[in-house]
Design a protein around this ligand. Structure first.
Ligand code: PHE
Length: 454
């Protein structure tokens, strides 16, 4: 095997540890509220169908491709792409690193809010007027403070390494997250009028199936949620020493990610209908553009109005968001960190701290202006991920297919399955992604205009 891993390179302790960490990367703020929100806007069950299509036919083959490259080269993306593809492909690796930095810069701001909400809710200090509460914690100095704290946590975990940092965090946090999610879904099922919520969430508005903007939103959401298009899972797979079936691992990760997103909808929608928050968050009426603020305002106020138990429910909800955010943010920082460790021979500690500081600084504009945050979300968090995914498919499908297929064969000996994978990577994903990239660029430009005008 042409396996150039330096002998001291960190690696996962167990297969379960790798899977949990990868699921932890995928399951994040994207699943918890972004999914239910876009699903409701995008025609309920019709959106879910489109989403499943992207996850299964584009997401899983692409995730497999990313992991194949990572495991084959045992290096982080920049070095991996150069090793396999020559120096011209370095730029794709650099794009990955920049996406990781760009996403984490605003992701950490939102994660900071969840931290603040969770702490205040458990202290019983969540005020009834969540509109002004949100305004005061989500921007300006308080937002910068929680953003800095959150980045501090992220840097600490990444500094500790793959086995002792990322894997341990996944083992500790993911089970708690799953329990909180199930508990909340059960609680939501006891709410009266909740049935209307399920019905709204899953109503099949089939006209949306052909709406290009809904299609591209489903794609963008799938990429963001599965952590695709920016080398996160490529980096994770570069720490794999064993030859598991990467096709199966991708399917497991994608299924868990979808499961969590779907169940989150089962939490959010009964709450919205029970408390009659539809109008407040824009469902049915003019849909507000501020998808970030809505669930941070309407829902906490309503649930907290139940008194003691309500505060704990809200506390649990935001604690869950916070845990999900931590296990994702560490994978975002890991991409840049690993690139500097492998490519520049920095120590892990130095890389994590330098990039952590850089991201902390870059996050400040998002903590001051939500329109900028929204723009970054649409530009980096959707458009650039789709571009990254498209280029990855071209790289794997047309530049290094024989090597990639040989690597995939370690663990996946069914040659028909490998052939099918190659067909999807070469001929299905690229045209679909090209189409979707166009629409997501339009959305990003609109967000840019809104930011400039604000
Ligand atoms: N998948 C994470 C979420 O849904 C976000 C993320 C994107 C993490 C890209 C890593 C890479 O919140």
């Amino acid at each position: 095997m042409s396996n150039g891993a330096p002998s001291g390179r960190d690696s996962w302790g167990t297969r379960a540890g790798f899977l949990l960490a990868a699921v932890g990367s995928a399951v994040g703020l994207g699943n918890m509220w972004r999914f239910s929100y876009v699903a409701a806007e995008g025609g309920g069950a019709a959106f879910v169908l489109l989403y499943v299509f992207f996850v299964a036919f584009i997401g899983v083959p692409l995730m497999t491709s990313e992991m194949v490259v990572g495991r084959l080269t045992q290096s982080s993306p920049v070095v991996a792409l150069r090793t396999l593809g020559g120096s011209g492909w370095i730029w794709l690796g650099v794009l990955f690193v920049m996406c990781g930095i760009g996403i984490l810069s605003f992701y950490s701001v939102i994660a900071g809010w969840t931290m603040r909400y969770a702490v205040d809710a458990f202290r019983g200090a969540l005020p009834a007027d969540t509109t002004s509460y949100f305004a005061s914690v989500a921007t300006g100095v308080p937002a910068i403070v929680t953003h800095v704290l959150f980045m501090g946590i992220t840097v600490l975990i990444v500094t500790a390494g793959v086995k002792r940092g990322l894997e341990r965090a996944a083992y500790a946090l993911m089970p708690v997250l799953f329990l909180l999610l199930l508990g909340l879904a059960l609680w939501a099922a006891t709410l009266d009028q909740g049935g209307g919520g399920y019905a709204y969430y899953l109503r099949p508005d089939l006209s949306e199936l052909l709406n290009p903007s809904t299609i591209s939103r489903a794609a963008g959401q799938a990429f963001f949620s599965l952590s695709l298009g920016m080398g996160a899972l490529m980096t994770f797979a570069s720490y794999l020493r064993t030859k598991e079936n990467l096709g199966r691992e991708s399917a497991v990760i994608a299924a868990c990610d979808f499961g969590v997103a779907f169940i989150s909808g089962l939490v959010v929608f009964p709450i919205i209908f029970h408390f009659d928050l539809g109008a407040a968050i824009g469902l049915g009426g003019a849909v507000t553009d501020n998808t970030v603020g809505t669930l941070f305002i309407a829902m906490p106020a309503a649930v907290a109005s139940l008194g003691g138990l309500g505060q704990y429910v809200i506390g649990a909800f935001f604690l869950m968001l916070f845990l999900a955010a931590v296990t994702s943010s560490i994978s975002l920082l890991e991409v840049a960190t690993a690139a500097a460790v492998d490519g520049l021979r920095w120590t892990r500690r130095r890389a994590a701290i330098v990039f952590g500081l850089l991201i902390t600084l870059l996050g400040i504009p998002s903590a001051r202006n939500l329109n900028f945050l929204d723009f970054l979300d649409k530009f980096v968090g959707a458009f650039l991920l789709i571009v990254g995914g498209l280029l990855t498919c071209i790289f794997v499908g047309f530049r290094v297919l024989p090597q990639a297929e040989a690597e995939l064969a370690h663990g996946l000996d069914d040659s028909r399955a490998r052939h099918l994978w190659a067909v999807f990577v070469r001929y299905v994903a690229p045209p679909v992604l090209l189409f979707v990239a166009g629409f997501s660029l339009i959305a990003a430009i609109a967000a840019f205009r809104t930011w400039i005008a604000s």
